[in-house]
Ligand binder design. Structure first.
Ligand code: RB5
Length: 151
């Protein structure tokens, strides 16, 4: 399993800690697409980079962190094929995997403490897509993307 991770200048420390946490706990390879500097860094850059890595298959899933998780998640969701959940508790993280087959997770370094962030990551990484009735809705999301391309 390969995870792409991205962040802006607000979330450098969270990125480092979450990357290490995933590598040590799960043994997954975590590839860094974010900034390592405290200089201002615009979140759409790493949001798009991780999203493209997921869609192209360079990585299996993506994790994005900015101040709120909102901006960087919005950037990811602009990329066709991305289903990014922005959340601040594990329940939505888990259900987003089981029902929505999310392929990117985002959260905010200014919103959740680091231990809660790890719980969110655990719920999201271990949650498995249930398919079945949920696939109809995933297909409908894809259809929205296709209609947008026609505009
Ligand atoms: C940066 O100041 C902040 O806007 C960014 O980290 C994020 O919260 C945006 O959604």
């Amino acid at each position: 399993m390969r995870i792409g991770i991205g962040n802006d200048h607000v979330a450098v420390e969270y990125k480092v800690e979450i990357k290490k946490y995933i590598e040590e706990k799960y043994g997954y390879e975590v590839i860094n697409y974010g900034t390592d500097s405290s200089e201002r860094f615009n979140y759409p850059v790493s949001g798009e980079a991780v999203a493209n890595a997921v869609v192209s298959g360079q990585v299996d899933k993506g994790i994005l962190i900015c101040g709120t998780g909102v901006g960087i998640g919005l950037a990811a969701n602009k990329v066709n094929g991305i289903r990014c959940v922005t959340c601040s508790e594990p329940y939505s993280a888990l259900l987003s995997r089981q029902h929505n087959n999310t392929n990117v997770l985002s959260f905010g370094a200014r919103v959740v403490g680091i231990e809660l962030a790890k719980m969110i990551v655990d719920a999201w990484l271990t949650g498995e897509y249930e398919g079945g009735r949920h696939q109809v809705r995933i297909d409908m999301l894809k259809a929205i993307e296709e209609k947008q391309k026609e505009k």
